[in-house]
Ligand binder design. Structure first.
Ligand code: 0PR
Length: 359
């Protein structure tokens, strides 16, 4: 008990957390989660109401992504979504030695996909904007390529890969195009600037979009959305009680209820407001940093900023000592301006950063 209390004391919540893609769930999501805490979607026959919630949630996600008739399911997060998309592409193909092409900037879940599915993962280099180099993808593709992956919001920089050009390569090679929008899926549709990244782009077959990141739902809720029912059905396993398309058997219905509740409560307009405020604070960060000569690796596309800084490791340790949670990635200091961050927090952080950079 003493130990539990000690741990509780150090569990400070998200107040100075600039390293996480997760945030406080919306109260509406928390209420729905608690109400359905006992439910198991591993056996949808027992919980048909939650199974219907899931279909509605997927249809709303599909609507955000250019296909309201999309199908899919609420996963445990981006990792499961990416692995399952790769698995679907492998099942659909008739190739004996399948490979997939991912950008060098891809999340480590694709490394796990290789281990679980046996597909070979080939990494394509990036261009000067840190987006995948389509020529490099073309060079790696061959007749055994079952899936090309594009990222809409990279983990380190929030970069959006050239999805239309990747889709063209995928179509020409009869391969799946999976878009990892685990982070960006709840950001890009709500930005002022429009980027082609979703099912409006011909050739995009599946998208990972995580409600437990910018969707303000409870953990664990990821989203895996397919444009065609046949692609989703490729994941089917018969059980004696149902047909399962998920990776896990037993899976909580609570976060599915939470996801639908917050999706319906906020709607596109609500998410647009969330993203607008996160982007305002992101731009404020960049402006403040420029005042003391610190600049981002790229102008931020979404609410992720990576700053180029001298003596990075030491600086990061000093920030951590002041209670900040930040990430060091690709030789830069990465911060994510999630909805739990407000203007005061940003100005406090910038004040500390300035002092440490100058000192
Ligand atoms: N795809 C992308 C583009 C991601 O950035 C991530 C997570 C995933 C997939 C995997 O999602 P799950 O973690 O839901 O399976 N990237 C986050 C990151 O590396 C994960 C994270 C979240 C790390 C919160 C720390 C943390 O506090 O930043």
């Amino acid at each position: 008990m003493h130990e539990a209390n000690e741990l509780k004391r150090t569990n400070r919540g998200y107040d100075r957390v600039l390293s996480s893609m997760c945030t406080y769930p919306h109260p509406v999501a928390v209420r729905a989660h608690m109400k359905y805490i006992h439910t198991n979607l591993g056996d949808p026959n027992l919980f048909p109401e939650i199974a219907a919630f899931e279909r509605r949630a997927i249809s709303i996600l599909g609507g955000f992504l250019g296909a309201a008739d999309a199908v899919g399911y609420i996963t445990s997060g981006g990792t499961e979504s990416n692995i399952q998309a790769v698995r679907a592409s492998k099942i659909i193909s008739s190739t004996r030695q399948p490979n997939i092409i991912v950008p060098e900037s891809a999340h480590q879940s694709f490394e796990k996909a290789q281990a679980f599915t046996g597909v070979e993962v080939r990494q394509a280099s990036l261009d000067e904007r840190y987006a995948v180099d389509v020529t490099a993808v073309e060079e790696l593709v061959d007749e055994d390529t079952v899936c090309v992956v594009g990222i809409a919001g990279t983990t380190a920089l929030g970069v959006i890969d050239p999805i239309p050009a990747l889709a063209k390569v995928a179509l020409e090679n009869d391969a799946f195009l999976h878009v990892d929008a685990a982070f960006g899926g709840f950001v890009i549709p709500f930005l002022e600037k429009k980027y082609p990244f979703d099912f409006d782009v011909e050739g995009v077959r599946s998208i990972a979009i995580d409600p437990h990141k910018m969707g303000l739902s409870t953990i664990p809720s990821g989203g895996l959305v397919f444009k065609r029912a046949a692609d989703f059905d490729a994941l089917s396993t018969n059980t004696f009680y149902s047909v399962e398309r998920s990776m896990t058997g037993t899976r909580g219905g609570a976060s599915v209820a939470a996801t639908l509740a917050v999706l319906e409560h906020l709607g596109a307009e609500g998410y647009r407001n969330v993203v607008r405020e996160c982007m305002r604070l992101t731009n404020l960060c960049v402006e403040e940093a420029a005042e003391f000569g610190v600049y981002p690796v790229i102008p931020p596309v979404m609410n992720i900023v990576a700053f180029k800084l001298p003596r990075l490791q030491l600086l990061a340790l000093r920030l951590i000592a002041r209670g900040w949670r930040i990430s060091v990635m690709g030789g830069a200091l990465r911060i994510i301006i999630m909805p739990h961050i407000n203007e005061t927090t940003i100005l406090d952080f910038m004040h500390d950063l300035k002092e440490l950079v100058r000192g």
